[in-house]
Design a protein around this ligand. Sequence first.
Ligand SMILES: [Cu+2]
Length: 217
Amino acid sequence: MNKKIAVLLAVPATLAMSAGAAFAASAGYFDAALHAVPHDHVADGGSDVTGRATLHLTGRTLDINLSASGLTPNEPHAMHIHGDVQAANECPGIEADTNTGDSIDPGSFVAGTPDGLISLGEGLPDYGPIDVSLTTTGDTSAASGLSLERFLVADATGRIAYHRSVVVPKDIAKNLGNLHIVIHGADLPGDADASSLSSLFEATLPVACGEIDNAGR
Ligand SMILES: [Cu+2]
C-alpha cells in the first residue's frame, strides 16, 4: 500500500462520547439504505449502486447483513462503517466533488476543477474516517480498510451479499446511529483496463453510502 494512503486510512476513529443521548444504544436493530454516491454518469460509466444493510447490536457484537447490486462484477469491494464527531457525518453530495483528478490524498488535490467523481478523499469530510472494515475474515479494524483480498468479490451480475458478526469498539457501538456504511470500488471507463484493481483511485472510489438509522425495535 502506498504510504500516504496508509496514513490517510490509519486516522484513528476518535469518537467522542456523543452528547446526543438519544443516539446512544448498546442493543437494538439498525438499518441503512445504501444509495449511489452521486457521480457524473459519463465519468463513472453509469454506475448506480444500491443496497440495504440490517444490523443487530448486542453489547459490542454487531451482526451485519448487507446486500447490494450494481457493483463492478467479479471485483472486490471494500466496505466500511465510517464516521466521527468531527465529520459532517452525512453521505456526500455532488458538491463534494471540488477537485480534479486521481488523488485520494487530500494533500495532493488539484483544487477547483470538478471531474464529476467524488474520490475517497473528497468524501472523507462528509462520511469521516473508517471505523469498521466489513471484511470476510480476520481483522475488522480501520487497519484492514484496504485489505482487498479480504473483502467480498461481486458476482458476475455485480451483486454482493454479506453476513458477518463482528465485535466493534465501545464508542462505535454507542454511536452506531450516527455512522454510515460506504461501499467502494468501480472500474471507470476512462482508462484502458477493465479493472478497478490497477488504480487506487478506482479501487477506493466511494460508490454507495447509507446512513445508519435506529430501526426502533
Ligand atoms: Cu470506506
